[in-house]
Design a binder for this molecule. Structure first.
Ligand SMILES: Cc1cc2nc3c(=O)[nH]c(=O)nc-3n(C[C@H](O)[C@H](O)[C@H](O)COP(=O)(O)O)c2cc1C
Length: 400
C-alpha cells in the first residue's frame, strides 16, 4: 500500500512517519515467531514508572492457534470485525494496576501505552503493520482468555504484513485513503504556561519536505527557468543586473538567471534545499550568493533590479503575513526594478497544494499601491508530478 505523505510541521524520524494504522493486512502471510518476538521484546524495553513494567500481553496467532484467535475476533465490535477477518495476529494488551508493594500504580495505563508504542514502532521497522483497537468487549474477552480479574484489558493490536487496497470494500477503501491528519502543534503545545501556544518555526515544515522527497519529484520543481519568466525577461529585454530569487528551493531558477548574466542572490528557509542549490551552482560553474533567509523576517538589504517569486506568496493566507511580505518586497526592490510572481490561481480546484488560490483582483489590490502592474496573465505551473498542470497566475510588475 502506498504510504501517504504526512503534512509534518518539522522533520521527524522516517520510522515514526512510516507507522500507521491500516485496515488491509495480507491474509496469507504469517508473522514469524522471530519477528513477533522482536516486537514483544521492544515492548519489554519500554520505560515505566518505578520500572514496574505493568504490561502483560496475550498473543493469538491465526496460523498457529486459530481457537484463541477466534476468541479475540469474536469479542471485537462489528466495525472492527469487518476489517479484521483475516488479520494474522492479535496481541491483547493488558496492564497490572498495582505496584509490587501493593500500592496502586497510577501510571500502569500510561506505561502500557508506551509499551504498545514501542511494539508498533518495532513492527514498523520490520516492515510489518499494526492497528491498535479499543473497540472490543473488554470484560468478556478477559474472562474468555482467562486473564486474572486484577488485570485491566486495554487494547487489542492487530499485527501482520501490509495488504492491498483491492482486499477492502468500497467503504473501507475510502477510509484507508483518507488523508492522515493531526491537530496543529500550536493547538497542542503551551509554552511556559497554559494558554501560550507554542509557535513552531514555519521553516521546519519546508525543511521536512526537502528532506523526505527527491527534489526533482517535488511538485514545484522546474529544471529550466520557468517559461513564463523566460518570456518576460525576453520581452522586457532584461539580461543583467542584480536579481533576487526568494524561496529558491534546489536552485534551478537562480542558476538559470545566473547563466543568463544576472548577479544573483537566492534565499531559502530549508538548509537541505540550500545545500542542493549550492551544489547545482557549483556544477554549473556560476557564482550565486545563497542565504538562509525567510522573506517574512528578512535580513537582506537589497535593493535588487529583479525579484522573482515562484511559489512563496500563495503560502500566506494571513493578512499580516502578506503585509510583511509586501513591506519586504518594497524595501528590496529598486525604484523601477521588476517583480515577477507566479502563484496558484483561484481557478485551481485540487485540494493539495498551497493554501491560497489568488484572483487577479487580489493581486491588483496587493501590489498596485507600490508597483506598476505590467501584466497579470492566466497560465499554469509546469510540474513533474501533475498530469494536469496547476492553474496559475503570472504577475509582472515594476516598482514605482
Ligand atoms: C488506544 C487506541 C484505540 C484504537 N481503537 C481503534 C478501533 O477500535 N478501531 C479502529 O479502527 N481504530 C482504532 N484505533 C486506531 C486509531 O483510529 C488511529 O491510530 C488514529 O486514527 C490515527 O491513525 P494512525 O494510527 O494511522 O496514525 C485506535 C488507536 C488507539 C491508540
Amino acid at each position: 500500500m502506498a504510504q501517504q505523505r504526512l503534512n509534518v510541521q518539522a522533520p521527524i524520524h522516517p520510522l515514526i512517519a512510516k507507522r500507521w494504522s491500516p485496515r488491509a493486512f495480507d491474509p496469507d502471510r504469517p508473522v514469524s515467531i522471530e519477528l513477533l518476538t522482536s516486537c514483544l521484546e521492544a515492548a519489554r524495553w519500554s520505560a515505566s514508572s518505578y520500572n514496574a513494567q505493568p504490561w502483560r500481553f496475550v498473543v493469538a496467532d491465526r496460523f498457529h492457534d486459530p481457537k484463541s484467535w477466534q476468541i479475540v475476533f469474536d469479542h471485537l465490535v462489528p466495525v472492527n470485525q469487518h476489517w479484521n477477518r483475516r488479520v494474522p495476529v492479535f496481541v491483547v494488551a493488558t496492564t497490572y494496576p498495582f505496584l509490587e508493594d501493593g500500592r496502586p500504580n497510577g501510571h500502569a495505563e500510561h506505561d502500557l501505552g508506551q509499551a504498545n508504542a514501542n511494539f508498533c514502532l518495532q513492527a514498523t521497522a520490520l516492515g510489518l503493520v499494526t492497528h491498535q483497537m479499543a473497540g472490543f468487549k473488554k470484560d468478556e474477552l478477559r474472562l474468555a482468555l482467562g486473564v486474572p480479574e486484577e488485570y485491566t484489558v486495554k487494547t487489542v493490536i492487530a499485527l501482520g504484513w501490509p495488504g492491498t487496497l483491492d482486499q477492502l470494500d468500497e467503504d473501507l477503501k475510502k477510509r484507508e485513503l483518507l488523508p492522515r491528519e493531526r491537530k496543529p502543534l500550536e493547538n497542542l503545545i503551551h509554552i511556559g504556561s497554559w494558554g501560550h501556544p507554542f509557535q513552531p518555526p514555519k521553516s521546519l515544515g519546508w525543511e521536512a519536505r526537502y528532506q523526505e522527497t527527491k527534489h526533482e519529484c517535488l511538485p514545484w520543481f522546474s529544471p529550466q527557468l520557468d517559461s513564463d519568466f523566460a518570456e518576460a525577461l525576453a520581452s522586457l529585454g532584461l539580461h543583467s543586473g542584480t536579481a533576487l530569487d526568494i524561496g529558491c528551493g534546489s536552485g534551478t531558477q537562480a542558476v538559470a538567471l545566473a547563466r543568463k548574466g544576472f548577479d544573483v542572490t537566492a534565499t531559502e528557509v530549508s538548509p537541505t534545499a540550500l545545500k542542493a542549490a549550492r551544489e547545482l551552482a557549483e556544477q554549473n560553474k556560476v557564482s550565486i550568493r545563497f542565504v538562509e533567509d525567510d522573506i517574512l523576517n528578512t535580513r537582506l538589504q537589497g535593493p535588487y533590479d529583479l525579484i522573482i517569486d515562484r511559489g512563496i506568496l500563495h503560502n500566506f493566507p494571513e493578512p499580516e503575513d502578506r503585509t510583511t511580505y509586501l513591506t519586504a518586497l518594497k524595501k528590496l526592490s529598486k525604484p523601477g526594478g521588476y517583480f515577477f510572481l507566479k502563484c496558484f490561481s483561484h481557478k485551481e480546484t485540487r485540494q493539495e497544494g498551497p493554501p491560497c488560490r489568488l484572483t487577479p483582483e487580489e493581486l491588483k489590490s496587493l501590489f498596485q499601491p507600490d508597483f506598476e502592474i505590467l501584466e497579470i496573465k492566466e497560465t499554469t505551473f509546469q510540474s513533474p508530478v501533475h498530469d494536469h498542470p496547476p492553474q496559475a497566475l503570472l504577475l509582472l510588475a515594476k516598482r514605482k
